[in-house]
Unconditional design. Structure first.
Length: 210
């Protein structure tokens, strides 16, 4: 009798690496040290809006409605072998979203627009898109000045999510802000950041049985 050997094997347990996030103090220190840098608005949008690096670098001024104070995410910058840096549509429908601008992001973008000449919000002196590598290199240089450990630029997005959850923002709202396909994705990544979840669960059970 033939047996499916694969069915007898046990898959290795998957473990998610701990997410490195900035504290509120560290986030403020980072923004303070880049305040006069031409990439200040980029860092502000990364930390306050949780945008992906590719989404940030594909932003155009036409995506900003200064009257309504909103930012529209509808494309991303991606490196394609043989083609270089290409602006294309997001991979998922949930990535398309319109976000309200916090005051810090609104003010940073208004100031940034004064010295901007092209259609891209964040561009090189020639008006071409920044490469992700150059942004990461700049980010690491800033972390070094602050004597902070190296981390991925994506961790600014994680930090944004952690700030929201720590302040009590509904996880469903956080899901929509980040552009996750389902709330399950958001919770699987950030559930450990929800303040007092286990304590609240215990209190709720006590309410039932008392």
């Amino acid at each position: 009798m033939l047996r499916n050997v694969a069915a007898l094997a046990q898959a290795p347990a998957t473990s998610r690496k701990p997410i490195v996030i900035l504290t509120a103090s560290q986030a403020n220190q980072l923004l303070a040290i880049v305040r006069e840098d031409r990439l200040y608005a980029l860092y502000v949008c990364a930390i306050s809006l949780g945008l992906r690096k590719g989404e940030l670098l594909a932003l155009e001024w036409s995506d900003i409605d200064f009257r309504k104070r909103t930012l529209k995410v509808n494309k991303q910058l991606q490196y394609l072998p043989g083609m270089g840096l290409v602006i294309k549509s997001p991979k998922t429908k949930s990535s398309y979203r319109t976000l309200p601008l916090p005051e810090i992001a609104f003010s940073a973008l208004m100031k940034h627009k004064v010295n901007s000449t092209g259609s891209l919000i964040f561009a090189t002196g020639n008006g071409t898109p920044f490469s992700g590598r150059n942004i990461l290199r700049h980010f690491h240089s800033v972390l070094k000045k602050l004597d902070m450990p190296k981390m991925a630029f994506h961790n600014l997005r994680h930090s944004c999510a952690s700030f929201h959850l720590a302040l009590g923002t509904n996880p469903k709202v956080v899901q929509e802000l980040l552009g996750h396909g389902t709330i399950a994705i958001t919770l699987s990544i950030y559930s450990h950041l929800l303040p007092g979840v286990s304590e609240e669960a215990a209190k709720n059970i006590d309410k039932i049985f008392t």
